[in-house]
Ligand binder design. Sequence first.
Ligand SMILES: [Zn+2]
Length: 179
Amino acid sequence: MVEDLETSLFLEYARRKIAFEYDNEEMGELAVKILKTLSERNEAIPDETLALILGISATEIRRILHVMHRAGLVGLVRESTDQYRYEYKWFINKDFIRKFLIQHINNVVTKLMHRMNTLSRTTLYICPTCFRGYTLDEVYEYDFKCPRDDTELVQVDVPSEITFLANVIKNLRGEEKEQ
Ligand SMILES: [Zn+2]
């Protein structure tokens, strides 16, 4: 199956997110396998079916599905099989992936906006060797030298940093509107 750009971005994000959550690369690969299967099936399916398709225990599948669901990476629907019983089914589709990406972009934009506001109110210094940032108070305390590597600290050019971030935000917003 040839993946479109949105799907590959989504899968790559899911791989890194789950690998990070478990601190285990293999779990990231398993997450991608599950999401690819759901995407190819293009319908909601129960975890037992997923377990059969992938040849993994239902318990293990269920555990990782819940982690992915908390991270917003997979959809969950409850269907009633009869008057008293429910069945839980998992899904992803193009619409789900697009909504996830837009939400993710919005979160990134919000974080960048916050960073811009902080920057415009602070004088920042940075160590050119280890790239650690320092406030003006810290700079006086350390006598203008990085306590880690003794490099002379330089002041960050706040206005140009803000222009740069503003452009990044403008581009992100633009991409979002085109969809
Ligand atoms: Zn340093």
